[in-house]
Write a protein that binds this ligand. Structure first.
Ligand code: C2E
Ligand code: CA
Ligand code: CA
Ligand code: CA
Length: 278
């Protein structure tokens, strides 16, 4: 009987194998999700602090699983990366976001940039530049209205990355560094990379203005960005105190629940109409 087996032999933990089985099931479902139309995009406004208007929105992918319900991108993007699905999924996301930007334009909304996250796997995609060019061409979106968000990574060398970013920039699009400050080599590549915008990670802004160290870091990033003539977006703003600190510090844009959570394209249209008919 199980009760008589000494404790040290009970290394088999049912929940461990369940975790792995779950991961395999999720990966299988992920493969069908594109064909089954289970993905969609929400958009989170980025507000210009000087004008109070929405100048850009970030596209964020969502997966509505038929039985599990909402699966967060933090869970399925890493799996999609590992199994290679990020390539077709990434293409779908980009195409969808560019199409949507064009729809907003046709609805008469003021020009609004759409920011799309690129994951690491896509940076290694051989035909990335052609793919972006092709999507811009097919959707007929003005390239200056597309911004790609990349994260710092140690797995691509600086020369390769610089080359790739120059090719992307040559298409006329914008480049933002996402989660700025959380990776490595942040400072050395800032002078090499042709980037337009820094997004300060939420972890730095979270305890502002209560933590003097975080305050110092955020102020330093903003002033550095200004010297380098980069736009700066503070992410994850939830509190009015954070907002005041950023306005005083000269931050250009904020993105966070304080203003709006990620919302549907229809809600973006409504929000815009509300803002401009006040
Ligand atoms: P991220 O690119 O840093 O996106 C910002 C995340 O912060 C989003 O979570 C957003 O909903 C959340 N956020 C925004 N404002 C606030 C706030 O005030 N408070 C808090 N607590 N959170 C806030 P989400 O949508 O769950 O995405 C998580 C991550 O998944 C993203 O982080 C990104 O790394 C990845 N991801 C999401 N969509 C895509 C996509 O389309 N493509 C790729 N490659 N990755 C994506
Ligand atoms: Ca992002
Ligand atoms: Ca981010
Ligand atoms: Ca992130």
């Amino acid at each position: 009987e199980a009760r008589q087996i000494p404790q040290r032999f009970l290394f088999y933990k049912p929940y461990m194998s369940k975790g792995i089985a779950d991961r395999i099931l999720l990966e299988q479902d992920l493969h069908n999700a594109l064909a089954n139309n289970e993905f969609y995009l929400d958009y989170q406004p980025q507000v210009n602090l000087k004008t109070g208007t929405i100048e850009s929105v970030e596209a964020l992918v969502r997966w509505r699983h038929p039985t599990r319900g909402f699966v967060p991108p933090d869970v399925f993007i890493p799996i999609a990366e590992e199994c290679g699905l990020i390539i077709p999924l990434g293409k779908w996301i980009l195409e969808n976001a560019c199409t949507q930007a064009k729809i907003w334009e046709k609805q008469g909304l003021p020009p609004m940039k759409v920011a799309v996250n690129l994951s690491l796997g896509q940076l290694f995609q051989q035909d990335l530049v052609e793919m972006v060019q092709d999507i811009l061409h097919r959707t007929n979106l003005d390239p200056s209205f597309l911004q790609l968000e990349i994260t710092e990574s140690m797995t691509m060398n600086i020369d390769q990355m610089t080359q790739l970013l120059h090719e992307l920039k040559a298409l006329g699009i914008q480049i933002a560094v996402d989660d700025f400050g959380t990776g490595y080599s942040s400072l050395s590549y800032l002078k090499e990379f042709p980037i337009d915008c820094l997004k300060i990670d939420r972890t730095f802004v979270r305890n502002v203005p209560h933590n003097p160290n975080d305050e110092a870091l955020v102020s330093m990033i903003i002033s550095m960005a200004k010297h380098l003539r980069l736009k700066v977006v503070a992410e994850g703003i939830e509190e009015v105190e954070q907002l005041s600190f950023l306005i005083d510090g000269g931050c250009d844009y904020i993105q966070g629940y304080l203003f709006s959570k990620p919302i549907s394209p229809q809600q973006i249209t409504e929000t815009y109409k509300d803002l401009h008919h006040r």
